[in-house]
Design a protein around this ligand. Structure first.
Ligand SMILES: Nc1nc2c(c(=O)[nH]1)N[C@@H](CN(C=O)c1ccc(C(=O)N[C@@H](CCC(=O)O)C(=O)O)cc1)CN2
Ligand SMILES: [Mg+2]
Length: 295
């Protein structure tokens, strides 16, 4: 079997085409959506993701507001920039790029973001609403990567109703929140959350109809672990030194030969990453639409 590719670049282009029309409609009503980003330090990976977010904004007509702080910035300096963005009417939503330098309390930073401007959907109020409310009652931003994973699966008609989904990784951006979205009445999946401390990971993986690999451990999902025909989404990000190129190369969590047994495969790069960015823009546009009384 050769897996059908869950092409995140194509799906993200479709999401952005829809958003472009919605931003045009908002602007016609005098509402200009603006995304702010807070980048602390000089990590090249984080800087490149932030640049990508602003390129996406330009593509769909969202204004960009960039805040850059040195790696030596204090907790108080970061929180003071967040207060400024909370109060800035031109900024309708913003994110703080993760990870933050060691010594900074990331939870305190995330909690300082005004819940209505939380474009990442990671503020405790918004995560709490996700726990408490049913689908149609949720009028707040949702976490971008989990939304991107589900959107990518639904666009390719991967069956999720009653499906066994195994998530590997317990980080705040993917592993912890994704089960909350997948187990709602729609898409109605059954979710097992595994991680690097799981006793027999292979046993869990072999039962899965859908695997979401987000542990940041290169090759943690092997060909032998995958049921033939399963959907496998590689969300892991590690930088591994490659002797051949002499550079640190982006490496995912899924061994490449998994594509020989999987029914569907979201590659990395080119799978969930572009969808994370597209769903971030979706959160910004939805917030602006709510503020304009259009939702
Ligand atoms: N505040 C946040 N910080 C982080 C998040 C997040 O959702 N919010 N997620 C990741 C990084 N991230 C977005 O910020 C992100 C990572 C990767 C991609 C992406 O499109 N990747 C490309 C490959 C790019 C490359 O070659 O390096 C792909 O998958 O095709 C988008 C967003 C951690 N921090
Ligand atoms: Mg983990």
């Amino acid at each position: 079997m050769s897996a059908v590719v869950l092409d995140g670049r194509a799906a993200a282009a479709a999401v952005k085409a829809d958003l472009t029309e919605r931003v045009t409609a908002l602007r016609a009503k005098g509402v200009v959506p603006g995304l702010g980003t807070v980048l602390v330090g000089e990590d090249p990976g984080s800087a490149s993701y932030v640049r990508g977010k602003h390129r996406d904004c330009a593509e769909v007509g969202i204004e960009s507001i960039r805040v850059e702080l040195p790696a030596t910035a204090t907790q108080a300096e970061i929180e003071s920039e967040i207060d400024r963005l909370n109060a800035d009417p031109a900024c309708t939503g913003f994110i703080v790029q993760l990870p933050l330098p060691s010594g900074i309390d990331a939870n305190r930073v995330l909690e300082a973001v005004a819940p209505d401007k939380d474009a990442d959907g990671l503020h405790p109020t918004n995560l709490g609403r996700l726990v408490l409310r049913v689908r149609e009652e949720i009028t707040s931003p949702l976490p971008c990567t989990p939304r991107g994973v589900i959107d990518l699966l639904l666009r390719h008609d991967v069956p999720l109703d009653g499906a066994e989904v195994v998530v590997v990784g317990r980080g705040v951006t993917v592993g912890r929140p994704i089960g909350l979205l997948l187990t709602r009445r729609h898409p109605n999946a059954t979710v097992t959350l595994c991680h690097t401390g799981t006793k027999d990971l292979s046993e869990h993986l072999r039962r899965a109809d859908v695997i979401v690999a987000a542990a940041g451990v290169p090759g943690i999902v092997t060909r032998q672990d995958v049921k033939p025909g399963a959907a496998v989404l590689d969300v892991g990000v590690s930088r591994v030194f490659d002797e051949a190129t002499g550079k640190n190369e982006l490496t995912g969590d899924v061994a490449l030969d998994v594509a020989e047994v999987a029914g569907f495969m979201a590659p990395n790069p080119g799978g969930v990453g572009p969808m994370t960015r597209a769903l971030l823009l979706t959160n910004v546009v939805e917030s602006a639409e709510r503020a304009a009384g259009l939702r």
